[in-house]
Ligand binder design. Sequence first.
Ligand code: EPZ
Length: 424
Amino acid sequence: MGHKEKELKMKKLKITGPCKLSGEVHISRAKNAYLPILAAVLLTDKEVRLRNLPDLRDIKTMVKLLKNLGVEVHEEGETTVFNAKNLSSHEATYELVKTMRASIFVLGPLISRLKKAKVSLPGGCAIGTRPIDIHLKNLEKMGVHIDLNSGYVQANAEELKGTRLALNFPSVGATENLMMAGVFADGTTIIENAAKEPEIDDLANFLNSMGAKISGIGTSKITIEGVKELFETEYESIGDRIEAATYIMAGLATSSDIKVLKFDPTHLEFVIDKLKETGAQIDVLENGVHVKPSKLKSINIETAPYPGFPTDAQAQLVSLSLMSEGTTIVKENIFENRFMHVPELIRMGANINLSGNAAIVEGGHELKGAPVMCTDLRASAALIIAALCAKGETIIDRVYHLERGYEKLSAKFAGLGANVEVIE
Ligand code: EPZ
């Protein structure tokens, strides 16, 4: 384990609860919008200016991958300037891809731009095997030759042909990769059963701002008319709806009065409606929400593709359910192993039983601070919420998981009045 890895693994968070939150928190730009947008930088030889990239490990990893491919990058204040005029490589190596599966997003752009790509298979991660068969099968339908050997996807294409693609699951990543593969394709590409997450709309709007011709945005049928080239653009992504959901649930769990601002509340419409069904007092504002102290009762919820309840907010909901009266059943329908927060929450005194893809949560029991460990990004957020409610000190280990997706997390929670300390 390198020094950097060791140093990262050493960092811990100490949270002393229970505590009330107050004030307002500003949401950062969306990690899952900017990751495909960064990959799309590869599609043009003109300048691309991106505003307010969040300071996250996954974003840094993607920028590093772009630099390894020959993209010039420099900062101008809050704007990061990219130029992919002279690409020097078409390869995304295992060293980089193993730290972040979203590296697979460079596959579509590299094939579009260079007609070839060599990208390490992303491999599974803590929450599941996460195959990319939908990406590859549909790229082949567009005329891409795919070979899988020694852990790499080797892709080559003489010509990318626009065609009708039907996804057998509305995969977010596959929809994004195929959209980027269609941008210069000969003819029109139609993606049926496309994923409809707001981050996909954001990628389509970004590509159109460069001169792409994408329609059907926000629907499950996306049409991409091939164009010859893309031009310079300046862009800022949407706010991070999953970060927002995390703070909303932290506010509700601690029965606090806080404002969660700088994101589009319509991106959380289903989540907010479901939380209101539990009795949550949430006022929807123009650029966010106002959360008020609420007495919560339990309701059953299951995750689904957008606009359903997002799998990325499931772990946080389990923690919130610990504070609701009664029994909550939370079903996870997207990933096969996304309850790793549960054993850690049980260490804090939670009463949760797992049965297949469901967590049966008994609310209303007091939680006690305890040493716990992060396992994946969103499970870690669930531990923070529980620690804010628990009596006593919680030490959260392997905080680097949190730094992948939550910008300035300890500072933001401290700003809301939480008793949180970073321990080196
Ligand atoms: C994106 O992952 C997000 N990541 C995930 O957020 C999010 O949980 C997920 O979408 C679902 O909303 C980014 O946007 C960077 P999928 P992705 O392809 O694209 C199966 C976070 O916490 N599948 O929609 O990998 C797959 O196994 C991360 O920020 C196939 O079977 O999600 C899974 O069960 C975690 N074959 C389901 O579809 C494929 O080719 C959803 O995967 C592709 C996916």
